[in-house]
Design a protein around this ligand. Sequence first.
Ligand SMILES: Cc1cc2nc3c(=O)[nH]c(=O)nc-3n(C[C@H](O)[C@H](O)[C@H](O)COP(=O)(O)OP(=O)(O)OC[C@H]3O[C@@H](n4cnc5c(N)ncnc54)[C@H](O)[C@@H]3O)c2cc1C
Length: 767
Amino acid sequence: MTFFSLLLLLATIIGAILFVPPLRRSLVSNRVLKIFRKILPQVSQTEQEALDAGTVWWDGDLFSGKPDWNKLLAYPKPQLSAAEQAFLAGPVEQLCAMLDEWHITRELHDLPPEVWQFIKDNGFFGMIIPKQYGGHGFSALAHSTVVMKIGSRSGTAAVTVMVPNSLGPAELLLHYGTEEQKNHYLPRLAKGLEVPCFALTGPNAGSDAGAIPDSGIVCRSEFNGQQDVLGMRVTWEKRYITLGPVATLLGLAFKLHDPDGLLGGRKDLGITLALIPTNTPGVNIGRRHFPLDAAFQNGPNSGKDVFIPMEWVIGGREGVGYGWRMLMNCLAAGRSISLPATATGAAKLAARTSGAYGRVRVQFNTPIGRFEGVEEALARIGGNTYMMDAARVMTAGAVDLGEKPSVISAIVKYHLTERSRQAINDAMDIHGGKGICMGPSNYLARTYQQTPVGITVEGANILTRSMMIFGQGAIRCHPYVLKEIHAANDNNPARAALEFDQTLLGHAAFSANNSLRSLLHGLTGASLANAPGNAAAELQHYYRQLTRFSAAFALVADISMLVLGGALKRKEKLSARLGDMLSLLYLCSATLKRFEDDGRPAADLPLVHWSIQDALYHLQQALDGLLDNFPNRIAAWALRLLVFPLGKPFSPPSDELGHKVAALLLEPGETRDRLTAGIYLPTSTDEPLGVLEQALQCAVVCEVAEAKVRAAIKAGLISARGDEKIAESLQQGVITAVEAESLEKMKSLRRCVIMVDDFPADFGKQK
Ligand SMILES: Cc1cc2nc3c(=O)[nH]c(=O)nc-3n(C[C@H](O)[C@H](O)[C@H](O)COP(=O)(O)OP(=O)(O)OC[C@H]3O[C@@H](n4cnc5c(N)ncnc54)[C@H](O)[C@@H]3O)c2cc1C
């Protein structure tokens, strides 16, 4: 037999195995199915319901290894309606003007009564409630933009407005309430006649919320003068509940049991949600926690054997046992909006104030923002803020398109709150003691103090990064895994074998394709990868690199699942890195789309370049870290060969690029305005931010005159120092009268900006 005949025989055997279905099934796929069933992670019912919740959107493309960039750019640009813009310019602007965070947090420990009333009267609690029920029926983008603006002024007010519009009674009623419940509660919630809270968390069930011990027992009882009413006796202990201390309507999650079979079915009915008026006898509510000097209402509540009728269950009797599914299905919308909005507001505040302060504050005769060390922090703030706002807007736009993007909501919740923490830390460093000394003129410190709240709520960040993003993404967004799981769980053996075989074939082709494309893109620097022809020419290169990383990500995700199987759930550090890759691909997509949606303003390019280059570098590091720590060293070696055939090509953004970004923050103008658009910016000089803005404008005007004075001092033309030098410079003809006037104005504005508050020795306790 010749070598050629041998090859032909081998090819025929492989071909027969691959392309003759019965042969393929018995020799390959049935065996793989057995192994697959063994390595399939054990998934509890609550985990399964979390996995099934929401929709897959652009994250599905990123998981495909071949994102369709034209599709991304064709998504409509998210826009506010005229009514929404009017609400922002009217009631939101007015509300912001009424808020004094120092007074609220230090003296009142609450919003003033007139602010509460304004919030209720103007429907701030009913932004997501449709107009037919008396709400505003705002888009997700409007909701996000309102919360962002309020958050840039007062964290206390932002949380107060955010919570009733996020996951809580209104959202749950809209999706699952009975008509009677909707008609009764939604108009009252919209007008602020009811203050809602939602209580899931308790002392023994924090991140593991599905483990709540709170319980209800189905029974019959006398209720409101009526005998033999069907309902339940509920016992609970909750904590950390926002708006709880002032709530009139308590949304409560508990596990319902029916030991006497009064509902005629199972004994353990599962997590159930009910709406309980807080004046119901037996409800203990009203005490407060003290979350990091913020003054939003937050506290514990409890009840023992409190009888509630069946009609109080959300969805009535039909809703019994569906609580967890309801929560998971509603989680995506709120998580996509609230915290991404407050986080972006904080970053915009950091960008706006740090740039201005960096130009106004002078040390060593130089605005501090021009020192390279400070530039580095400014560049991080600028790049992060641009990317955050892009992701905020794109994600809200997805919700407005009808998506409930569960994986994306976890991505933006985690990454935007983390980037916000970075931005506010950088801003604090740039402001030095000015950021640290508390008082009415400190516009940063409360935001800094309240940052960990966003990190902890709606899924604490470590858990979200390490478990949720990739854990959920791998199953929901992967083109084949969910189908394989369904096939593996199918009780009909013949159907399971057939379905699994079909899916496995597609999956094998998918992996082979991603392997080859990863290698090809690695060898060619992604020059052959796809990029949308209609996108800005100077950014095409990035689309290609992202295609390369998408293919590499799809490949390593597949191999990780194959090699580690169910153990990947415990390998959180690996899962976190895979999640970072998916997240960075998403953040970069949003950034590129933002530039197109904005009409490609050339002046913004440094921000785009910086944020994408930084993200590409971190994508590379996440992949590198994954391979370095991959338990199967042979697989790691082979993967490295495929994804980094010529080594690691990306570096962090250059110092020169960082310089350009920092310069944009230091300069009043359109780019700085676009970057920080939507935050509350008072103009009055009675306001710290108003003074800072005026000082920045004045600093720019005065720069030439200041340089003249410095040069004159150096040349020995004037001898005065300190306060006298402006007058002498004018006298000596170094500067004009107009310049002298500007310099005097600058002197007083600069002093206002750099001064901090001081207090009597006893902080005014002895009045
Ligand atoms: C100010 C504030 C307001 C809140 N408002 C509400 C509300 O209105 N309603 C409500 O029901 N709840 C509310 N919560 C609860 C909140 O949403 C979180 O669910 C809760 O704080 C997390 O529980 P925990 O604090 O007990 O942390 P723990 O669950 O004890 O977690 C501690 C740390 O361990 C990490 N961790 C836990 N499990 C894992 C894991 N498997 N892998 C990796 N890391 C893990 C977490 O990420 C976290 O970093 C609020 C909390 C706060 C602080």
